[in-house]
Design a protein around this ligand. Structure first.
Ligand SMILES: NC(=O)c1ccc[n+]([C@@H]2O[C@H](COP(=O)([O-])OP(=O)(O)OC[C@H]3O[C@@H](n4cnc5c(N)ncnc54)[C@H](OP(=O)(O)O)[C@@H]3O)[C@@H](O)[C@H]2O)c1
Length: 319
């Protein structure tokens, strides 16, 4: 099938494009910029201005909507908060406008959401039916994002909304940021360390998105998280073990993180303990259900600087 991905240039979209292509699908991106040398066909859009290449939607049998300004980048100023929201709801409004027009074949839209919807869950394991328990910035943002996807279903499309957990990848996102201090020997749990972190290996996420695209049994909201969330302390410990580094420092107090990060400290100090029961009940099999295995698999594929230097020296000598 032909799959159109908005935000396809990002962390998830790049990997998903590879997974879809390997599975025999044709992929095109919808991007704000036409980058030279892009590995796949790209249609330009400007969600803020409400413009999109008119050939974009007619290309597709299905759409994956991943576009949105990155919540982990930049300070949460009033202008940035507005951008976080507008970059999501404007894109969906534009897609809805194009999908309402006749003359296209799209039947399925997979529109990203996030477990930020649930706010701070404490130790309670939340399911897709749990009402948002908090009204922090991410919960409010995600509610508005999901609401903006509702009109797509009214067009008669099959709409699937994966509520994505913390994506584990070495290419970006939270993991490199969490691993940096651990690698340097400064790793420590954050705040109480008891806040839950519901994660998913990027390859499992992309296989889940592929299943959602290709199998009609998927409809509505699903938590896109692995079945074994970890507390921040357990996550930090597992990361240190996989990286073969000691954890010597005490927890970093919450007030220091609040001083350093401001409102954004909610991203690391609030926890989300999120259930994967619904995707498991649909028959999805995780390749990486356990944290340690997921981290080991990721770091096993990481380049080894010391060895490559040695290999480089050897190959230089033999040439
Ligand atoms: N990574 C995670 O841990 C995680 C967790 C939960 C939810 N999610 C959500 O899943 C989606 C994909 O995640 P990701 O990690 O791949 O995100 P990402 O790397 O930040 O990529 C998102 C893409 O959105 C587009 N974008 C950025 N700013 C924009 C703006 N102001 N207006 C319109 N488009 C903009 C960009 O594409 P162009 O520059 O090509 O336009 C960018 O490549 C995001 O919506 C994210 O919020 C991610």
């Amino acid at each position: 099938m032909n799959v159109l991905i908005t935000g396809g240039t990002g962390l998830v979209g790049t990997r998903l494009s590879g997974v879809l292509t390997e599975a025999g699908h044709r992929v095109a991106h919808v991007s704000r910029t036409l980058a030279p040398g892009s590995p796949c066909r790209t249609f330009q859009w400007d969600p803020a201005a409400g413009t999109i290449d008119p050939a974009a939607v007619p290309f597709a049998d299905a759409v994956v909507n991943l576009a949105g300004a990155n919540v982990g980048e930049g300070q949460w100023t009033a202008a940035r908060k507005q951008e976080l929201l507008a970059s999501r709801v404007d894109g969906l409004a534009l897609l809805r406008r194009e999908l309402a027009k006749p003359g296209h074949r799209v039947r399925t839209v997979v529109s990203a959401s996030a477990i930020g919807l649930y706010g701070n869950t404490g130790d309670a394991l939340v399911t897709e039916d749990t009402l948002p328990v908090g009204h922090d910035l991410l919960a409010d943002l995600t509610q508005a994002w999901e609401q903006a996807a509702v009109p797509l279903a009214a067009l008669g499309l099959r709409v699937v909304v994966p509520r994505i957990g913390v994506v584990l990848s070495l290419a970006g996102g939270a993991l490199p940021a969490l691993a940096g201090p651990v690698k340097l020997g400064f790793g420590a749990p954050l705040g109480s360390g008891q806040q839950w972190l519901s994660w998913i290996h990027i390859d499992d996420l992309c296989r889940l998105l592929l299943a959602m695209l290709t199998d009609d049994i998927w409809q509505g909201a699903y938590n896109a998280v692995a079945p074994n969330p970890a507390t921040n302390a357990a996550f930090t410990t597992a990361l240190a073990e996989v990286l073969h580094r000691p954890l010597l420092l005490p927890n970093i107090p919450a007030f220091i993180l609040q001083l350093a990060m401001g409102e954004q400290s909610e991203m690391v100090l609030t926890g989300k303990r999120v259930s994967a029961a619904k995707v498991l009940a649909q028959g999805f099999a995780f390749e990486f259900p356990g944290l340690r295995e997921a981290l080991q698999a990721l770091y096993a594929t990481a380049p080894q600087p010391a060895k490559s230097l040695v290999y480089g020296a050897e190959s230089a000598r033999s040439e």
